[in-house]
Design a protein around this ligand. Structure first.
Ligand SMILES: [Zn+2]
Length: 85
């Protein structure tokens, strides 16, 4: 149940479960996760998406520039979706 084989865009509904599965929740709560693009500290408020990169899970914050870069990297699917609450 805890495979991380295929992760594309994750939104709020699945976020907590995913963070647990990836053992990232403690890091998030501890303030040690950074946005892949702008390196800002990731919190539950600004975490917008997780994505695989070179076998590791990267995180994107809700900054428009970061989301734009993410969409450019993964334009087969991440350019669409609900970005705002
Ligand atoms: Zn960012």
């Amino acid at each position: 149940m805890n495979t991380d084989a295929e992760i594309t865009a994750i939104y709020e509904d699945d976020l907590n479960t995913l963070l647990d599965n990836l053992n990232l929740r403690q890091q998030l709560e501890g303030g040690s996760l950074r946005c892949f693009f702008c390196k800002t500290t990731i919190t539950f408020d600004n975490l917008i998406c997780l994505f695989p990169d070179s076998g590791a899970i990267k995180i994107c914050c809700d900054d428009l520039n970061c989301m734009s870069q993410l969409a450019t990297r993964r334009n087969e699917g991440l350019g669409r979706g609900k970005y705002h609450r």
